[in-house]
Design a protein around this ligand. Sequence first.
Ligand SMILES: Nc1ncnc2c1ncn2[C@@H]1O[C@H](COP(=O)(O)OP(=O)(O)OP(=O)(O)O)[C@@H](O)[C@H]1O
Ligand SMILES: O=c1[nH]c(=O)c2[nH+]cn([C@@H]3O[C@H](COP(=O)(O)O)[C@@H](O)[C@H]3O)c2[nH]1
Ligand SMILES: NC(=O)CC[C@H](N)C(=O)O
Ligand SMILES: [Mg+2]
Length: 520
Amino acid sequence: MAEQIHADRILILDFGSQVTQLIARRLRESGVYCEIIPFNADEARIRAFKPKGVILSGGPASVLDKDAPLPTPAVYELGVPVFGICYGQQAMCLQLGGKVEPGETREFGRAFVDMREASTIAQGDWKPGERQQVWMSHGDRVTALPPGFKVVGNSEGAPYAFVTDEKRKLYGVQFHPEVVHTPHGAELYRAFTHDICGCKGDWTMAAYKTQAIEKLRQQIGKGRVICGLSGGVDSAVTAVLLHEAIGSQLTCIFVDTGMMRAGEADEVVTLFRDHYNIPLVHVDAGKQFLDKLAGVTDPETKRKTIGGLFIDVFDAEASKLGGADFLAQGTLYPDVIESVSFTGGPSVTIKSHHNVGGLPARMKLKLVEPLRELFKDEVRALGRELGLPDVFVGRHPFPGPGLAIRIPGDITFEKLEILRKADRIYLEEIRNAGLYDAIWQAFAVLLPVKTVGVMGDGRTYDNVCALRAVTSTDGMTADYFPFSHEFLGRAATRIINEVRGINRVVYDITSKPPGTIEWE
Ligand SMILES: Nc1ncnc2c1ncn2[C@@H]1O[C@H](COP(=O)(O)OP(=O)(O)OP(=O)(O)O)[C@@H](O)[C@H]1O
Ligand SMILES: O=c1[nH]c(=O)c2[nH+]cn([C@@H]3O[C@H](COP(=O)(O)O)[C@@H](O)[C@H]3O)c2[nH]1
Ligand SMILES: NC(=O)CC[C@H](N)C(=O)O
Ligand SMILES: [Mg+2]
């Protein structure tokens, strides 16, 4: 557990909700330090953390299941306030003597809570008489309250949508105040942490930086570290943070996987060498990656194969350098939550990010991942704190598996070349239109679908190219970018005219969820 640099600490027990980390974000945005640990942490671990308050997250399980995940009942006896969210509320009510039953109708998405009674946690927009939009995602619901509790608000599907025990400082909501679709949800967390738990709200990115550097020094000691540097903002911030922490014990390694975008390898290496005096090894592993991926079509197999290849390359480079003890990666929280549950709790796998679920068990190097609990926008703020130039901080994300997950089906050099050309034109058009910074991420996808066209009076039978561009703040949710028709027409025409092998272009207007940003 982290050195206790900061006194005002809130503990979040994770029951595996896809949005648990958003609770942490809402807290951090209001200047409160917090950590997320698995729901089954024992009393000693919870006490050692010295929390000023505990939050129980939502989760996919049902408290009615045999073996349902439940926190140690000691959390209600610590003498600090507890706030249960959705599953957390159900668990709290059940453990303290209330009742939970499957609802007749499940509530997903937008709902409205009518506030009925006053509570210290429900101020401002949550005062009695207010009607608040909230976001629900539950099947079960509380049907009888534990002794000492009262209802302060209800919705159509949840008569106990908002309950409190003012005396014991226990609070529970059936909805999710941490998501943006509960527009005034953050106020509830703020009231909980600041007014009820007494946090001052003085935790900042500058504080995080100091703490992260200190933690890195403790973890690494005199060890040697290699850092996978991709040119993306995460690994650039990781490298610079490490350099501040351990100086010359660090070497960076850029792996050209052969699945990079046009011109990318040179650009990254030049950019980094121009700005930093940190040793950087450039490995050309294109052939190794392509050979191993030949014939691989399943997205998860692709990801795991690539994860394994990265480690092979890192291991080989480490030996060339005379050995290394640690591998540093710019792994972020969104990379983690969709691969395995954060800190080992019970959530489901969506895709194995190459640097997390894709890592092979045989790894020799120990991992150093200082950004593992941060979201992208927080990493960008940390980058600015570290003085990174805008060319790094503002770069669109590019996934480690690269173009491999933008070519559904098997990958060949020819397909990669076609995609590189299309992608370059698309991004060029985006830059020319002055839209690069307004978009979170944009790329082209080469579809394994052939369609008939007519060009120069001749018949063509070529592939379809899909264009994707999204807005987002953290990659967890995203919406498609509303390009003008004129822009889309121009980009499509250029791609079809200039790239042999593509005769049709489509624009992807799927949001996340239900889609993901990448196609595989
Ligand atoms: N080509 C590469 N060479 C070396 N390491 C890589 C490469 N691609 C990815 N990695 C490692 O995997 C980590 C995760 O990749 P990811 O794409 O999520 O982050 P990033 O590239 O640093 O930032 P961004 O998300 O902005 O692209 C990187 O931080 C880096 O450590
Ligand atoms: O380094 C990475 N390794 C991966 O395996 C990987 N998969 C997706 N991504 C990036 O993560 C963000 C969310 O992507 P998805 O909506 O497709 O899950 C988007 O920014 C994706 O580009 C990856 N990054
Ligand atoms: N989002 C949640 O926490 C859901 C809790 C529980 N799985 C239910 O369906 O009621
Ligand atoms: Mg990247």
